[in-house]
Design a protein around this ligand. Structure first.
Ligand SMILES: [Zn+2]
Length: 289
């Protein structure tokens, strides 16, 4: 209604018209205020609702993380929340150069070394599950079963609490064929496959492609046919350097010369690409497609 038409109306109808207009305007103003409040709430609550990616690596010994060190460093550097759980305490990893006897004192040293390595990689402090190195298998089957059962319960608890998107562990060979590696990988797989987890989670085995080791390699590790290694992670010099710094933390296990030799072997073998085998093939070739 134009203004001149409004003034042409009788006073009672003019007041009725103005009241109805004021009511409509109030509704519009209220709607705008609700909208503004809603936008403010969305802005304030966004950090809590933002989905943070989580990686959990579960290996057997303090120093096993060196197998995927550059990958852990890479994702931590990209803002992924990266955790490492270590099943055993490494109490039997006696070396001539360190001269620390087997037992509690060596376990304590290796826990400190693992903390140092996690810091260098930029990941969360290690979660030490604390089973005995070699899983008490020399004490018999009951002792061994007890150790494996405790690892399984701890891994399930970590899955529930950390809600990882991605889990790394050892494949059937455990790289070196070490029985602790094989058994820990098996227990992690058992825990993973025991149910469908509320939050989607994917399990991957760290593997070395067949044919990638240099012929003159002083170290022969188990390899897997590349057809199964569908996940390829590119890593940079910076990631390798962080991994090397982490490796150097394990002073009770390696001399600096050995670390340098193994680090160079890894770089020559991987050539900047680290491979993983998925437990469940999805057709993806990266962790976060
Ligand atoms: Zn190991």
């Amino acid at each position: 209604m134009f203004l001149y038409e409004l003034f042409a109306l009788p006073e009672s109808r003019r007041k009725m018209y103005l009241r109805s207009k004021l009511s409509s305007m109030n509704k519009i103003i209220k709607s705008l205020l609700y909208l503004a409040a809603g936008m403010a709430m969305t802005t304030c609550s966004s950090p809590q609702t933002k989905h943070e990616k989580v990686i959990l690596a579960v290996f057997a010994h303090p120093d096993d993380e060196s197998s995927v060190g550059p990958v852990l460093a890479k994702y931590a550097g990209e803002g992924v929340s990266v955790y490492i759980a270590v099943a055993t305490d490494g109490r039997l990893g006696v070396t001539p150069h360190a001269g620390i006897p087997a037992g509690d004192s060596l376990a304590a040293v290796r826990t400190g070394e693992m903390k140092c390595a996690a810091e260098q990689l930029g990941i969360h402090p290690p979660i030490m599950i604390g089973m005995h190195d070699q899983l008490k298998m020399h004490e018999g089957l009951v002792a061994l079963s007890g150790q494996l059962d405790t690892i399984r319960k701890n891994v399930i608890k970590l899955f529930d609490e950390l809600k990882p998107d991605i889990v790394f562990t050892w494949g059937p060979s455990g790289w070196t064929g070490h029985h602790d590696h094989r058994l820990v990988g098996s227990v992690v797989t058992e825990a993973f496959a025991s149910k469908v987890w509320t939050k989607p989670m994917a399990l991957y085995y760290s593997e070395i492609p067949a044919g990638s080791f240099p012929k003159e390699s002083p170290l022969l590790l188990a390899t897997v046919d590349p057809k199964y290694l569908t996940i390829k992670v590119s890593v940079t010099d910076k990631d390798y350097n962080k991994a090397k710094a982490a490796w150097l933390c394990h002073k009770s296990q390696y001399t600096p010369e050995t670390v340098e030799q193994l680090h160079q072997l890894m770089r020559t073998t991987e050539k900047g690409v680290v491979y993983f085998r998925p437990f469940e093939f999805t057709g993806n070739n990266s962790f976060f497609p």
